[in-house]
Design a protein around this ligand. Sequence first.
Ligand code: ATP
Length: 193
Amino acid sequence: MKIGLFFGSFNPVHIGHLIIAEAAYNKTPLERVWMVVSPQNPFKKKKNLLSAYNRMRMVELGIGNVLHIQASGVEMHLPQPSYTIDTLTFLREKYPSYEFSLIMGADNLVHFHKWKNYEAILAHYPIYVYPRGDQAKDLPLLGHENVTLFEAPLLNISATYIRETLKAGGSVRYMVPDAVHEYLDSIRAYREK
Ligand code: ATP
């Protein structure tokens, strides 16, 4: 089984993420997309970060009842901060019959050389990249045999924008799936007290 791993803080998950997960399934040989909730991204600040449990729950709610996209909390049980190479090594041992790949935006590929053991990731795991902004055009890594570009419709939505909207008392309806919208409301996420 070919599994594509789409990592994120998902603080919170939004339709931009879900559209990418669906496009990756549609446009690549991947049979499953796992949206992996990173408890603590080593490059991101912890401020305003909802608990991994809450973010995981929203990813599950956002995906809904489909088989080809799934939420994964694998990094919640690994040492933090989680480095992708360590998660990949763990998954490979736990699921020896699965073939794991990465799904990432071209914006992430620009900084890929800063990732822990990026050469090992590149050598051993296929990477499916979707264009994001202008950055996709001249990336040297796009010529690598393990890197494949796939088409995906892009929305200019970010979790930062959603948090700021909620903090200011606004509504994020339509930017997140309905069930996520209700969940955010129920825990008064990111609102000023
Ligand atoms: P933040 O605004 O808090 O930085 P984010 O919306 O970028 O968050 P992440 O959880 O960091 O969300 O996103 C996970 C992955 O999805 C990242 O690789 C990010 O580049 C990508 N991504 C985020 N928003 C979009 C979007 N609108 N379209 C396509 N990819 C996105």
